[in-house]
Design a protein around this ligand. Structure first.
Ligand SMILES: *Cc1c(COP(=O)(O)O)cnc(C)c1O
Length: 438
């Protein structure tokens, strides 16, 4: 299958090129030419299938024409040795816990899948130069990507993060790994890190001399696999209500959103036939998408800092994919997706209330999703919010709320025990470029 650029100014490319390049030359994002519908029988029996079986069926619809069956199966099964359980928080409101992977956040799924897919293509290339993955992070992306790519042959990862601006737990998840992972501690802000990475992708000399790619959700191999868990969530809901038809279930997905990769993967799942009634995009005070829904005008803004910081995005990169999926129709988009936005005070209150009323501990991102369902879920609907990270990843926020406490899982503490290795760099691009070329 070929992939086109959302800017439509370049010829379509193969999956291999889309994965290795990440971004199209006209700076558009790649989209699959066709989105295959899965057969009715698949949805009838989905409640009996395992997560890996479901993911493999979905992966075949995306990538089956391009990746040999056995190799694809291996990629999927290696990506998902962990579960993403659906937990009933209160009647009709379910948490899809996406935090059971190695770094306790949903990005583990896409990062692991992408690393293995990239390794598959590298192993088939005659030019055996290593591929260099550059990733700027404010915390979560860096840890998921570094752990997803750890030890994968033929790939080097450079994680750029702002000095003193990521939590100790997050920092330990990408500075203690060694092997093919290099952490660069930038004496600047997250925006500086992002600018350095972007400049590298645009630098002609650098791209001539080394293979560079990006591992954030602009890459199709990271974003499409996120559709897997929407199907699996539905299958779990189905098993809980075996007497109801898919329609009667009235499934609503609520997605805490930043760059909108996760939500877009859900929209693709629906195109593949997943019986989803509608979607809600939950945001913190960075409400560009909500404003778009209200006015039909997309006006990106600088992001503001919130306690749900993985969603502090002022110009979501996957917005163009949503426009593309709906033929740029504001009406069509508004019919399928609604939006909400919460302040830090509202997020804190939600975390406290939810714990007091149900005993369920939310993280600040999942809290936006849960509250949106409390506010917007209709009768005869079942709401599933994506719990995108384990609350322990935001333990400082959780513990600052009266009455809340979170135990740090052993897996996170393990990272903190190891020695930090990072290379300090400035914000000057030439310095960064010289470093990469060395
Ligand atoms: C990355 C992230 C998000 C936002 O996901 P997008 O796909 O960028 O919309 C939400 N919550 C957490 C915890 C994240 O790490």
């Amino acid at each position: 299958m070929k992939y086109y650029s959302t800017n439509k100014k370049t010829p379509n490319v193969t999956l291999e090129v889309a994965v290795i390049k990440g971004l199209s030359e006209d700076k558009g994002l790649f989209m699959p030419e066709r989105i295959e519908k899965l057969p009715d029988e698949f949805f009838e029996t989905i409640g009996t299938l395992s997560f890996q079986e479901i993911a493999f069926a979905v992966a075949q619809a995306f990538f089956g024409e391009d990746v040999e069956t056995a190799a694809l199966k291996k990629i999927v099964y290696e990506t998902l040795p962990f579960d993403t359980p659906l937990v009933e928080v209160e009647p009709n409101i379910f948490s899809l816990e996406l935090f059971h992977g190695p770094t306790l956040a949903f990005k583990d799924v896409g990062a692991r899948f992408m690393s293995r897919m990239l390794a598959y293509y590298i192993s088939r290339q005659s030019n055996t130069d290593a591929v260099n993955v550059l990733v700027a992070t404010s915390g979560d992306t860096g840890s998921a990507v570094a752990n997803g790519f750890l030890g994968v042959e033929g790939i080097r990862v450079f994680v750029l993060y702002p000095k003193g601006k990521v939590s100790k737990i997050q920092e330990s998840q990408f500075t203690t790994l060694g092997q093919n992972i290099t952490a660069l501690e930038v004496d600047g802000t997250f925006d500086d890190c992002q600018r350095l990475v972007k400049s590298a992708f645009l630098d002609e000399e650098l791209n001539r001399k080394m293979k560079l790619t990006s591992a954030n959700s602009i890459n199709v191999a990271r974003f499409l696999p996120q559709a897997f868990y929407y199907f699996y969530a539905f299958s779990q809901l189905r098993s809980m209500h075996p007497k109801q038809t898919a329609e009667e279930l009235g499934t609503v997905f609520c997605v805490p959103s930043g760059n909108f990769g996760n939500l877009t993967a859900g929209l693709v799942a629906k195109r593949m036939g997943l019986p989803v009634k509608r979607f809600i995009a939950a945001n913190n005070r960075n409400d560009i998408f909500l404003q778009y829904l209200k006015t039909g005008i997309y006006s990106p803004k600088p992001s503001v800092a919130t306690i749900a910081n993985a969603m502090d995005v002022g110009d979501p990169s996957n917005f163009v994919r949503i426009l593309d999926l709906y033929g740029h129709s504001h009406e069509a988009i508004s019919k399928e997706i609604s939006g909400v936005s919460y302040t830090d005070e509202q997020i804190t209150e939600t975390m406290r209330n939810c714990f007091v009323e149900t005993g369920y501990l939310l993280d600040p991102h999942g809290a936006c999703g849960y509250q949106a369902l409390k506010d917007k879920l209709g009768e005869n609907e079942n709401g599933i919010f994506l719990e995108t990270a384990h609350p322990a990843k935001f333990s400082e926020t959780v513990m600052s709320i009266q009455g809340l406490n979170v135990e740090i899982p052993a897996r996170l503490l393990e990272f903190m025990k190891n020695k930090k290795h990072s290379i300090p760099i400035g914000t000057d691009f030439e310095e960064f470029k010289t470093f990469l070329l060395k």
